[in-house]
Ligand binder design. Structure first.
Ligand SMILES: CC(C)(COP(=O)(O)OP(=O)(O)OC[C@H]1O[C@@H](n2cnc3c(N)ncnc32)[C@H](O)[C@@H]1OP(=O)(O)O)[C@@H](O)C(=O)NCCC(=O)NCCS
Length: 151
């Protein structure tokens, strides 16, 4: 298993995983714009030469905002989601807080974030159009390279 920067040629596999994982996957145009942006961090996890999961995040000062995270349904519960989140935090030095939105109805993702030490810190009405979002926050210890608590 290895984690590396996402490349445009990864998009077919990445978009397939998203389509299998999330109710409103990004279009190819959005993915290409995000990959071209200097503000985005996009990583993929490969196993046996195949992409099995991905994470996207944007940094603002010492906060990392996770914008997308998905692991192929056949590859879940192997620690890949945790590894992707840890890799994003490690890649961006000096991160003190990780933030993300999650659907209240997404029980597996909420359990995953809780297992990693995230707390529910807010509520964004109609964030998804059809559903509110819960804002989840993970405060990291002072050491910039430290992995998420609970890892
Ligand atoms: C959320 C997601 C990324 C987790 O990825 P994963 O690789 O399966 O997670 P990990 O194996 O790293 O899980 C780490 C821990 O989180 C918890 N966890 C993960 N999935 C869980 C589930 N379905 N139910 C309960 N706890 C869960 C467990 O404590 C797990 O440790 P364990 O397997 O040793 O018990 C994955 O389920 C997914 O892609 N879901 C669909 C997309 C999605 O909802 N993304 C998030 C949008 S905000």
């Amino acid at each position: 298993m290895r984690i590396r920067r996402m490349r445009p040629e990864d998009l077919p596999a990445v978009m397939e995983i998203e389509a299998l994982s999330l109710p409103t996957p990004w279009s190819e145009d959005v993915w290409r714009q995000e990959l071209a942006s200097p503000f985005g961090l996009y990583l993929v996890l490969e196993e046996g030469g195949r992409v099995r999961g991905q994470i996207g995040a944007r940094r603002a000062a010492d906060e990392l905002h996770v914008t997308t995270l998905a692991v192929h349904p056949e590859s879940r519960r192997r620690g890949y989601g945790r590894a992707l989140l840890e890799a994003a935090v490690t890649e961006e030095h000096g991160i003190r807080r990780v933030l993300l939105e999650v659907r209240p109805s997404n029980a597996p993702a909420r359990a995953f974030y809780a297992a990693l030490g995230f707390r529910e810190t807010g509520h964004r009405p109609r964030y998804y159009g059809d559903e509110d979002a819960l804002l989840m926050t993970l405060d990291l210890p002072g050491d910039a390279a430290a992995p998420p608590a609970g890892a």
